[in-house]
Design a protein around this ligand. Structure first.
Ligand SMILES: [Zn+2]
Length: 84
């Protein structure tokens, strides 16, 4: 879950400040643990999911999630579980 820290110096409540811990956690590679299954004309296709935002990762072994920027750590596809 994202932790939002409000900037006490701005009056605009829509503006938020990213905490240092959150910024570091996005740069620390997280292991991909789940995948999502789709049926297509070519058969069944499995897409790994970003551990931070659940975005489908389109390319194998890409270093960052294109949805949220989370650094990714790739393990064995056999150890990933089907999304519930
Ligand atoms: Zn993501």
């Amino acid at each position: 879950m994202k932790k939002i820290v409000k900037d006490k110096f701005t009056k605009n409540k829509n503006l938020t400040q990213t905490s240092a811990n959150e910024a570091i956690s996005y740069r620390t590679p997280k292991l991909i643990t789940h995948y999502r299954r789709y049926e297509s004309n070519y058969g069944i296709v499995d897409f790994p999911l970003c551990p931070a935002c659940n975005h489908c990762i389109g390319r194998d072994y890409q270093e960052f999630c294109c949805g949220c920027g989370q650094a990714l750590k790739w393990g064995s596809m056999k150890k990933m579980k089907l999304e519930l």
